[in-house]
Design a protein around this ligand. Structure first.
Ligand code: AMP
Length: 405
């Protein structure tokens, strides 16, 4: 076992014997930013994913291609690399192996239990609603068609059906009329991650705004970033902006919920707390807890321009046991995603020259080796005097970038 990473112990040098190693489990675009921040703070980074040339692999010191749901393969990489920090960046990981590794003394971020509870919608929903008493949409779980029909009956229409093991809108549908009930069940079964046929049936929340409240648990306490608003389409985000206007009482209620759920999960690191807000910002609003990621959040990519410390820098500082201090907003900012229109084994990009003529704009291309319809290939980041201006700029910038298939 390596020396545990501690803010009090001296930090070694990457690629030397005394290096402090960070093992990144999941090497997508969010992982790539975590890797870059870790490299900046002097860590040696090993990137892992199920496919080669994943975004974080191209900036890491080493890489491994394994099926991260295969516990034996995961253990082998951990024992070979001896990381001071095991940092999950996706949900689909053999979390029971993380629990065993943690019990043997390996450090899992934020905790192995947190990765286990949040991998599965049932674990986190029961913790939030039943143990912590947080307000959520009404919900039922079902594992068979008969249970599903009972759940639909109990919740009523409209409702939202999601596989318990899924993210980014995969297998998710909104059921508005009787004729859609069985289609939603079949769709969830086909698109779920295959480990379980269980679904959650949630009452449809008629929210006005949805936000991500990035919450950091660090050695100097719990810190909140200004709320991030976002727009979703087909269960995946399209634009995000920061700050999102909320009534002061609503913001306090959001922070209280985020504190309760992050304290229950424990450990150090940044969490993306997803909340639904009903009502307008000129009066106190109703807040519903939706879900939480114990890691940087895709809608939080906007913080690469809008905050003095991005969500990735905050995550790496927190997991290293370093202080966060004050989180400051630089200016209102926005992000807009750049999606692929179809399949390709050799995606190319055009229009960057025009895209970067948009004032304040920056473009991040993720370098993913293949494209498929609606795969996120990049993001446009902009600032503005107002949120509206920043958003318009981000959308205008993203629209100029063409993914050539
Ligand atoms: P999720 O994967 O649970 O984050 O869901 C993806 C998106 O679907 C959310 O960000 C919402 O826009 C929408 N959504 C999910 N659950 C509900 C619900 N119970 N009521 C209304 N919209 C929902």
């Amino acid at each position: 076992m390596t020396t545990p990473l501690s803010p009090l112990a001296p930090l070694g040098t990457p690629l030397n014997n005394d290096a402090q190693r960070l093992l990144l489990l999941g090497s997508g675009e969010l992982g790539r930013e975590v890797a870059l921040e870790a490299v900046r703070l002097g860590l040696e980074v090993i990137a892992v994913d199920r496919y080669d040339q994943a975004p974080a692999m191209t900036v890491a010191h080493r890489r491994h291609v394994i099926d991260m749901l295969d516990g034996a393969a995961l253990r082998k990489v951990v024992e070979q690399e001896k990381p001071g920090l095991i940092v999950p960046e996706v949900e689909a990981i053999a979390t029971e192996t993380l629990v065993a590794l943690e019990a043997e003394g390996w450090r899992v971020i934020p905790t192995a239990r947190a990765t286990q509870l949040t991998m599965n919608r049932e674990g986190i929903r029961r913790l939030a609603a039943e143990e912590l008493g947080l307000k959520t949409s009404p919900f039922r779980f079902a594992g068979t068609e008969a249970e599903y029909l009972e759940a639909i009956e109990a919740i009523g229409l409209p409702c939202v059906v999601k596989p318990i093991m899924s993210s980014s809108g995969k297998g998710q549908s909104t059921v508005r009329q009787e004729s859609e009930v069985l289609t939603a069940w079949k769709y969830a079964g086909e698109a779920g991650r295959g480990k379980s046929d269980r679904v959650i049936v949630e009452g449809f929340v008629p929210f006005d705004t949805e936000i991500t409240l990035l919450t950091v648990r660090a050695s100097d306490g719990t810190h909140f970033c200004p709320p991030i608003g976002h727009r979703q389409e087909a269960g995946d985000y399209r634009e995000s902006w920061q700050p999102c206007a909320l009534h002061p009482d609503t913001l306090a209620a959001c922070q209280e919920m985020a504190k309760a759920v992050t304290d229950a999960l424990g450990g150090w690191g940044l969490f993306g707390v997803e909340l639904f807000i009903a009502g307008e910002a000129d009066q106190p609003q109703t807040v519903y807890f939706s879900e939480i990621s114990p890691r940087p959040h895709d809608t939080g990519m906007v913080t690469m321009v809008s905050q003095h410390q991005s969500e990735f820098e905050l995550h790496v500082r927190a997991i290293m046991g370093l202080p966060i201090g004050e989180i400051t907003l630089v200016q209102p900012g926005a992000s807009a995603v750049i999606l692929a229109g179809g399949k390709s084994d050799h995606p190319q990009y055009a229009g960057l020259d025009k895209a970067l003529q948009v004032p304040t704009s920056k473009v991040r291309l993720f370098g993913k080796p293949t494209a498929h319809p609606n795969r996120r290939m990049g993001v446009a980041l902009t600032l503005g005097d107002t949120i509206e201006e920043a958003k318009e700029r981000a959308i205008a910038c993203a629209q100029q970038v063409q993914v050539i298939l």
